[in-house]
Design a protein around this ligand. Structure first.
Ligand code: FAD
Ligand code: SIN
Length: 544
């Protein structure tokens, strides 16, 4: 058993920011399932939205966020995050983060942030490091973590399940005590105990067949919190990014919305602009509208993709502003300074998640959740671009303060080791990969950009069958990373469908042809899903 003061699950912006804040006050373990940089954070392109210019104001950023969120954001949370953003950005810069700057135009001269623009923003307010913001943020945070002897990083360690006093059979108020963690190198399951546990495991793009997310994004945190009995909210709001590179050899490569912010225009394959028929902001409309418009055009014309055209901008500007996108597309034979980029929508961001307040507190004392895994109410029914890195920074700070202020009294819980029972090696990996594919395709086909009641019902049945098979068939096999992730994507898929079926309207990212309009009665109403008894039955993990 490994004992720490704080256990952080995940090493993206949320986990690393939290770890740095609590490290002066106790020993911290960061558990991360691949190498420490591998995270959605690392691939962020556009940047971080924050009010830093004289032309902008908190009020306008709040208004843009509420508008994108389609009536579902919690306004108090939006205000807190927007207003505390600049202070957290200043701390990030102090840690070594370098945002792209430019010469101040005019006689005064000097330098200022080169602010980008993205869909739904009425002002330029996106701080960025060219088109590789995430890599710079992750690098700065990891360098700071490496300099803190109080923080121990466990790479290639995959958290399996949270340990709670209730699950251990203790009476009295529930409390999170740690987590069981699978060590990929040894194949063993370790027990990590800590008074404060942070879930910072990111999103669930891999639940869908096509996604901008890297392989780590299997919704593990949502699935673990669900199994531990926490409320999961608003999972129907899966954001599809409108512009993922469409090329047979490209896996999950995003073409940043900042390309449209710098004038990139969406066109059909025969070169006709179409966004003017869908929204006054055209190609820079909020993301849900752009993704749906592309889906509509692809279905209408039978095309496999649409085009994003930035060729009217001078080539040196495009190469300088988007070096990563330029280089990557060139590798696939597309010179974006001379030809339009083939793009398709793909699953990108989970707006719902583990229900928390703005301080990261979940329903389970001792368990905090921050970042994409959490549902604070900032994003509502549709996240405003580049608000998620901001949310993670602000909420990690607040969660750290909460964890330090509310340290639980020491208690003598006996935590048993993980028991594998009569586990055998799985020899039927084909079943695992088949079920992975089936869930992802089912979610893409039936629970995608446009939904219907029938499709949701069909998806629910399919996933329930798969869930049963996964629970019954695999429970006594030796754990492997693929099996654990399969179990998690099935649970998350089930949660997405459960939330989608609860909402009898179309709002933001949830578009259901059977209820094509928003219902005012559903504004400000979260959909919540909790573990049904069926999944509480003995199965994986120790029999406690
Ligand atoms: P992540 O950064 O995803 O980190 C999750 C961590 O948890 C990883 O280290 C992962 O390995 C680990 N983990 C997961 N499961 C387990 C487990 N079971 N056990 C142990 N470790 C686990 N947002 C913006 O605001 N601006 C942008 O410009 C932007 N661009 C984006 C571009 C792309 C291509 C993508 C995919 C997303 C983008 N986003 C952007 C969204 C944003 O990057 C994420 O929402 C944000 O980085 C999430 O941070 P996080 O710390 O919550 O999770
Ligand atoms: C992008 O660069 O388009 C991604 C921004 C985001 O998802 O917030």
């Amino acid at each position: 058993m490994k004992h720490f003061d704080f256990l952080v699950l995940g090493s993206g912006i949320a986990g690393l920011s939290f770890a740095l804040k609590v490290a002066p006050h106790g020993r911290v373990a960061i558990v991360t399932k691949k190498n420490s940089a591998e995270s959605n954070t690392n691939y962020a392109q556009g940047g971080i939205a924050a009010v830093t210019s004289k032309e902008d104001s908190f009020e306008i950023h709040v208004r843009d966020t509420l508008e994108a969120g389609a009536g579902l954001c919690r306004e108090g949370v939006v205000r807190t995050i927007v207003e505390e953003g600049p202070a957290r950005i200043a701390e990030l810069i102090e840690l070594g983060m370098r945002f792209t700057e430019r010469e101040v135009p005019g006689p005064e001269g000097g330098r200022e942030f080169d602010l980008g623009k993205e869909g739904g923003h009425s002002k330029r307010r996106i701080l960025h490091a060219k088109d590789m913001t995430g890599r710079e943020v992750e690098g700065a945070l990891l360098a700071a973590v490496a300099a803190r002897p109080n923080i121990q990083v466990y790479e290639n360690h995959l958290a399996i399940d949270l340990i709670t006093s209730q699950k251990l059979g203790y009476v009295g108020p529930n409390r999170c005590l740690g987590a069981y963690v699978f060590d990929r190198a040894t194949g063993q399951v370790d027990t990590f105990a800590a008074a404060g546990v942070l879930l910072a495991t990111g999103g669930c793009g891999k639940v869908y067949l096509y996604t901008t997310n890297p392989d780590i994004a299997t919704g593990d945190g949502v699935a673990m919190a669900y199994r531990a009995g926490a409320a999961i909210a608003n999972m129907e709001f899966i954001q599809f990014h409108p512009t993922c590179l469409y090329h047979p050899k490209a896996k999950s490569f995003l073409i940043s919305e900042a390309v449209r912010g710098e004038g990139g225009v969406l066109k059909t394959l025969d070169g006709v602009e179409f966004m003017d028929q869908h929204h006054p902001r055209k190609s820079l409309a909020p993301r849900d509208i752009v993704a749906r418009a592309i889906d509509h055009e692809m279905k209408r014309t039978g095309a496999d993709c649409v085009l994003l055209d930035i060729t009217h901008q001078p080539a040196p500007f495009v190469r300088e502003r988007f070096p990563n996108i330029y280089r990557t597309c060139l590798q696939y034979g597309i010179d974006i300074t001379r030809e339009p980029i083939p793009v398709v929508p793909a699953a990108h961001y989970q707006c719902g998640g583990v229900l928390t307040n703005v301080d990261g507190e979940t329903e389970i004392p001792g368990l905090l959740a921050v970042g994409e895994v959490a549902c604070t109410g900032l994003h509502g029914a549709n996240r405003l671009a580049s608000n998620s890195l901001l949310e993670a920074l602000v909420c990690a700070h607040r969660a750290a303060q909460t964890a330090l202020a509310r340290r639980p009294a020491p208690a003598d819980f006996q935590i048993p080791d993980w028991q594998s029972g009569n586990a055998q090696n799985p020899d039927e990996m084909v079943v695992v990969s088949h079920n992975w594919d089936e869930i992802r395709r089912c979610m893409w086909d039936y629970v995608g950009i446009v939904r219907t009641n029938k499709r949701l019902e069909r998806a629910q049945k399919r996933i329930a069958n798969l869930q049963e098979e996964i629970q019954q068939y695999y429970w006594d096999f030796t754990v492997t990373g693929d099996l654990l992730e399969l179990r998690n994507i099935a649970t998350v898929a089930e949660a997405i469908v459960a939330c989608a079926r609860q909402r009898p309207e179309s709002r933001g990212l949830h578009y259901n042809l059977d209820y094509p309009a928003p219902d005012p009665a559903w504004a400000q109403r979260d959909t919540v899903t909790r573990k049904p008894d069926r999944l509480a039955a003995p199965g994986w993990g120790p029999e406690l």
